[in-house]
Design a protein around this ligand. Structure first.
Ligand SMILES: Nc1ncnc2c1ncn2[C@@H]1O[C@H](COP(=O)(O)OP(=O)(O)OP(=O)(O)O)[C@@H](O)[C@H]1O
Ligand SMILES: [Mg+2]
Length: 563
């Protein structure tokens, strides 16, 4: 708990005023609570035993004042504590996402998105209560306990000593159960992540699920995860539920001791009735903060578990690091004996290749040949395992990644449409420049489609482009790529969903572009008529390269495909 506090102290420093106000609130609540216990003595002794009539009016007024103070304190404390918690959590969420988006592509390929979402939402929520509510309540309850303790000791120090020796005994079951709760909480969070994973997978693949009549299979799978989630949560609830009865049982032992010894003193006349009841009330009230501290302490364990998981995430750093050089314009790219491995799988072996701007290059070859991998290296989604890539003669690692990617437009095999207007989808991530937008729309052959829409470029596209055909999606992606006016344009199977006429028109547009390096990955060989050079990939190597005519003459592999 101390470590946890230390870790968050950098955040707390920013809320000095709020902490002060909350602290004042806590003091008010604590003093007022102890005040109530204290007041029992004069009420009983003065009003009921001595039958004093001034006290009859004065003391009830005192009670009202004390409760008013307690109320004001409670509002102050609750508001400012929650404020701090909400605000810290907001900052952590922002910081976490800023951190995660910089992870290597490889991390995202190997991690389920549902898992990450669960971390950003659920884990941080657990921390929210911890950094504000739990800690504050623990703090307040300790203050309250001290004030109540003062009343207890003031009313009868000897009796106080008797009953308080049993207090440390209470710590043992609390500590044991708290540890158990922390363990359960870790499992529970993992299972929540599983559920999220399950759900997002189902919704993402709903077409496949329905087409394969796999609804039952998927729901059964979900039911299983859901059941283990339930079981763990119930276990946690059971453990938590045991805390209070154990504490109450121990309190009852204290009460019994107090009644025996205190009662004796009252009978002997060494203690007034009022002092006895004030003592007893304060002692009973004392079990309240102790009980709450134990509950909050165990809740805090869940937060600490969540925090540990977040720390793991914050520890991860991208292995692909940016350089400093800015790129003015890309003139040439050279692969020098480049190897790329994904884990054990070698995707590229000894690639040597140089391309000067302007040039149009087609990448062809078997599926799994390494075409996309070749492109990933240019984008620096991955770094070479061996060898190097030179850009304008210098290692690509020297350049700022942002500056590099600003010069590249990449249309991947998976096209992403954002739930936004067509204009914003095309000018993605930048402010819309109308002239550039219209030119990109025209070059991507989107004119006719967009003119047919009642809202034109302001039409909202649905998530994943659900209201577009496959071909329209590809054309939006092409427009997005052209809009950026890059030095390097990459189309990875970007025309595969287009009909012959549309594909021809787009290839015509592309063939007119004369100021870029263009890579077109294609399975359909009609593309070859629009490019200057062809690279044929086979098992991670460039088997042949040259113009189409050269390949026809001299490349056996090519002729196998070409026939
Ligand atoms: N993230 C990855 N982890 C492990 N292996 C991978 C990964 N990505 C690709 N591979 C493997 O690397 C090899 C090259 O893949 P790549 O995607 O470059 O092929 P490709 O030529 O683009 O194929 P396609 O025409 O089917 O798109 C393949 O054998 C593939 O299985
Ligand atoms: Mg590919």
């Amino acid at each position: 708990m101390i470590d946890f506090l230390k870790e968050y102290s950098i955040y707390y420093k920013k809320y000095k005023l709020q902490i002060l106000l909350a602290f004042i609130g806590m003091i008010l609540v604590s003093v007022a609570t102890a005040g109530v216990a204290y007041l029992i003595k004069p009420v009983l002794d003065k009003i009921f035993i001595q039958k004093d009539s001034t006290s009859l009016y004065l003391l009830p007024l005192g009670i009202i004042v004390v409760y008013f103070i307690k109320g004001v304190g409670a509002v102050l404390q609750q508001y400012y504590i929650s404020y701090i918690g909400e605000d810290i959590v907001r900052k952590i969420r922002n910081k976490l996402l800023e951190h995660i988006v910089n992870f290597d592509i490889d991390y995202f390929k190997n991690t389920h998105s549902g898992e990450l979402v669960s971390k950003i939402i659920n884990d941080i929520n657990k921390i929210q209560n911890a950094v504000s509510l739990y800690l504050a309540e623990i703090f307040r309850d300790i203050i309250m306990a001290i004030f109540l303790l003062i009343v207890v000791i003031y009313q009868n120090p000897k009796l106080a000593l008797f009953s308080l020796v049993i207090l440390p005994v209470m710590i043992i079951p609390i500590d044991f159960l708290s540890k158990k709760i922390k363990k359960l909480s870790t499992t529970s969070q993992e299972l929540t992540a599983n559920l999220n994973k399950n759900l997002s997978e189902i919704f993402k693949n709903i077409e496949t699920i329905k087409a394969f009549n796999a609804q039952k299979y998927e729901t059964e799978r979900f039911k299983k995860s859901n059941l283990s989630f339930f079981n763990i949560n119930i276990k946690t609830i059971r453990t938590k539920a045991m805390l209070i009865p154990i504490l109450e049982f121990l309190s009852s032992i204290i009460a019994a001791i107090v009644i025996i010894f205190g009662g004796k003193e009252v009978i002997d006349g060494t203690m007034s009735v009022g002092a006895f009841f004030s003592f007893l009330t304060a002692l009973f009230m004392l079990t309240d903060p102790i009980r709450r501290v134990s509950i909050n302490y165990s809740n805090l364990q869940e937060a600490i578990a969540a925090n540990d998981r977040l720390k793991e995430l914050f520890k991860i750093n991208p292995t692909i690091n940016t350089g400093k050089l800015q790129i003015d314009t890309v003139n040439d790219i050279e692969f020098k004996d480049v190897y790329l491995k994904y884990g054990n799988k070698t995707a590229l072996k000894g690639i040597n290749y140089k391309v000067l701007k302007p040039k149009k290059v087609a990448l062809i070859g078997d599926s799994g040949g390494g075409k996309s991998s070749f492109i990933y290296l240019i984008e620096r989604f991955y770094d070479t395992t061996n060898g190097d890539i030179l850009l304008n003669g210098k290692s690509i690692k020297n350049y700022s990644i942002n500056s590099l990617r600003d010069k590249i437009s990449y249309i991947s095999q998976n096209i992403h449409i954002f739930n936004d207007t067509i204009a914003n989808n095309i000018a993605y991530g930048t402010k819309v420049d109308k002239d550039r937008l219209l030119k990109a729309i025209e070059d991507a052959n989107l004119n006719e489609f967009i003119n047919g829409l009642p809202k034109g470029i302001d039409t909202i596209l649905q998530e994943n482009g659900a209201n577009l055909s496959g071909g329209q999606k590809q054309r939006v992606a092409i427009a997005r790529a052209l809009y950026r006016e890059p030095d390097i344009l990459i189309l990875d199977e970007a025309t595969s969903a287009l009909d012959n006429i549309n594909e021809k028109e787009i290839l015509n547009t592309i063939s007119k572009i004369n100021n870029k390096i263009i890579f077109i990955i294609a399975h359909r060989l009609n593309v070859l008529d629009y490019v200057d050079e062809v690279l044929l990939f086979k098992d991670g190597e460039i088997a042949c390269s040259g113009s189409k005519d050269e390949l026809i003459k001299s490349c056996k592999e090519f002729n196998k495909i070409y026939q």
